[in-house]
Ligand binder design. Sequence first.
Ligand SMILES: Nc1ncnc2c1ncn2[C@@H]1O[C@H](COP(=O)(O)OP(=O)(O)OP(=O)(O)O)[C@@H](O)[C@H]1O
Ligand SMILES: [Mg+2]
Length: 253
Amino acid sequence: MAVEIQIKNLKKKYPNGTEALKGIHLQIEKGQVFALLGPNGAGKSTLVRILTTLIQKDTGDFSIGSITPPNNPSQIQKYIGVALQENELDPNETVTFLLQFQGQLFGMTRKQAQTRADELINLFQLGSERNKKAGMLSGGNKRRLHCALALVHKPQVLFLDEPTVGMDPLARHTFWNVISDLNTKEKVTILLTTQYLEEADKYATQMAMIIDGMIQYAGEVSEFKHLVHPNENASLEDSYLSYLKTLTNTEKE
Ligand SMILES: Nc1ncnc2c1ncn2[C@@H]1O[C@H](COP(=O)(O)OP(=O)(O)OP(=O)(O)O)[C@@H](O)[C@H]1O
Ligand SMILES: [Mg+2]
């Protein structure tokens, strides 16, 4: 399998002294749906922010495709799509406008950008929302728009930080259909973080468990479950909870 994202000994300390990443080594193969899991404050968003060049690493290296950021910001922006946990949308612009504008930012003509905006509005079932201002959207529809915006330029790698927070069950189902299709039909590599472990269980092929700025496990989702519950048909959530419990007990000993 070709490697899509390679991370070596990545470290990040925020100016207030918080050591968010303490030496991350990780390899993500092309074509995976890769779930980055771990407790609140573990460092997931920090890692995503660094990989998407929004903030800078302290030390270590990483590459995405054949690009080694941050030297080539425009190359990386074309290659990846990003929907972050804390993204801001311009509240006074409509859904259609924001999608078209994004397309034009990526060099599309007005016509191409309109066509792409329509495609994404259909894909994410935002038809009834298309003329609403972003500030007026419900939380779940904002998340759909974030994901649509991340896909305007048909990226090879998609970073999604807690993409389904606030989505209702139907929206979540639709969202995962779209993401699965992108992954299987268009071979887009997906790196996502989520606290909804049943989603990761159902859709992710590989995962990493990050705890306190360090990777504690990286590999197949099925292997992780087997490791924690060798003889059971346990869910990822059961395995995750047992795994955390084991770590806490080991620390106490
Ligand atoms: N801008 C910042 N300045 C200082 N510390 C920060 C900043 N952003 C995050 N942190 C700290 O870095 C650590 C990792 O945070 P991060 O947001 O990466 O965690 P996370 O795994 O994404 O958590 P969550 O599941 O809650 O989203 C935490 O201790 C957090 O408080
Ligand atoms: Mg986060």
